[in-house]
Design a protein around this ligand. Structure first.
Ligand code: A3P
Length: 292
């Protein structure tokens, strides 16, 4: 791993965004008390985080479903390691919803002892690296790498926040028995959003009416989220996301990597990742026309 730089710092084998968190704060999270009713969205970046945050929020907050509350999704389902608005998590009423990109070993001890619930969402890493590359151009907190080839090499070497994709998903999967965890993929959400929402509800023990379920599915569609500023991160402070350079919700498709990666880059990716990915039991779709 490379040492820390202007954009990221290294702590306990992982990279974190500079200036929005500290090593001391990350360490303090080990003792952060988890409640049985807490729910965590866990993702590697660009894997469907905001989508899952929005779905969780729609399941839990009636005001979000019926439009009576004007609260951004980042405030409803805040980041654990990047407490941007210095929210007092301890005084937050239950059920608390959180988001994290952290590796399994850095999350609160209680969570690793099967307290609370975790929804881990994974995405085809070729789409992840392409989405990440485009995102790095609009995010003020990330280093802008204008050459995709260079970004790809950084990604393959795990020199991006929070580290290696394979280690992230591999760690969470290998240690799945330590957690109350549901694994989902971006691809299954894309192919059957209603089925994915039902899976989440079942895991959370939440019983929605058919009408409520319909609303969640409708409001969590790409087109509706793109229009809903509370759900699409358009309200992020200028200090984090540069306006006018692009949108957080970019394409939201499966297989977009083909529009950015050359055949040589794709083969390079396969030579590093594909063999190791066989150890993972996830079915990723590499092309929109493939069936799950
Ligand atoms: P693209 O850049 O490929 O469009 P994250 O929230 O983890 O950063 O992931 C962002 C990716 O999820 C972006 O991918 C974004 O468009 C996609 N996304 C967000 N909401 C979505 C939705 N409702 N449906 C499909 N994709 C969505």
């Amino acid at each position: 791993m490379e040492p820390s730089n202007k954009y990221m710092f290294k702590h306990k084998g992982a990279y974190f965004v500079q200036n929005v968190t500290t090593a001391e704060y990350i360490d303090s999270l080990e003792d952060f008390e988890i409640r049985d009713s807490d729910v965590f969205v866990v993702t590697y970046p660009k894997s469907g985080t905001v989508w899952s945050q929005n779905i969780l929020s729609l399941i839990y907050h009636e005001g979000h479903r019926d439009g009576t509350e004007n609260i951004n999704v980042i405030d409803r389902v805040p980041w654990l390691e990047y407490n941007l608005y210095k929210v007092d998590f301890v005084s937050r009423p239950s059920p608390r919803l959180f988001t994290t990109h952290m590796f399994y070993n850095l999350v609160p001890r209680d969570l690793r002892n099967r307290k609370g619930k975790v929804i881990y969402v994974a995405r085809n890493p070729k789409d992840v690296v392409v989405s990440y590359f485009h995102f790095s151009k609009i995010s003020v907190t990330l280093e802008t790498v204008s050459d995709f080839n260079i970004f790809l090499e950084k990604f393959l070497a795990g020199k991006v926040i929070p580290g290696s994709w394979l280690d992230h998903i591999g760690g969470w999967f290998t240690h799945r028995d330590d957690f109350n965890i549901l694994f989902l993929t971006f691809e299954e959400m894309k192919k059957d959003l209603r089925g994915a929402v039902l899976k989440i509800c079942k895991f959370l023990g939440k019983q929605l009416t058919e009408k409520e379920l319909d609303t969640v599915v409708e409001k969590a569609s790409f087109d509706n989220m793109k229009r809903d500023a509370r759900a699409n991160y358009e309200n992020m402070p200028e200090s984090l996301q540069e306006r006018g350079k692009g949108h957080f919700l970019r394409k939201g498709t499966i297989g977009d990597w083909k529009n950015t990666m050359t055949v040589v880059q794709s083969e390079r990716f396969d030579s590093v990742f594909k063999e190791k990915m066989k150890e993972l039991p996830f079915k990723f779709i590499w092309d929109i026309n493939e069936d799950l």
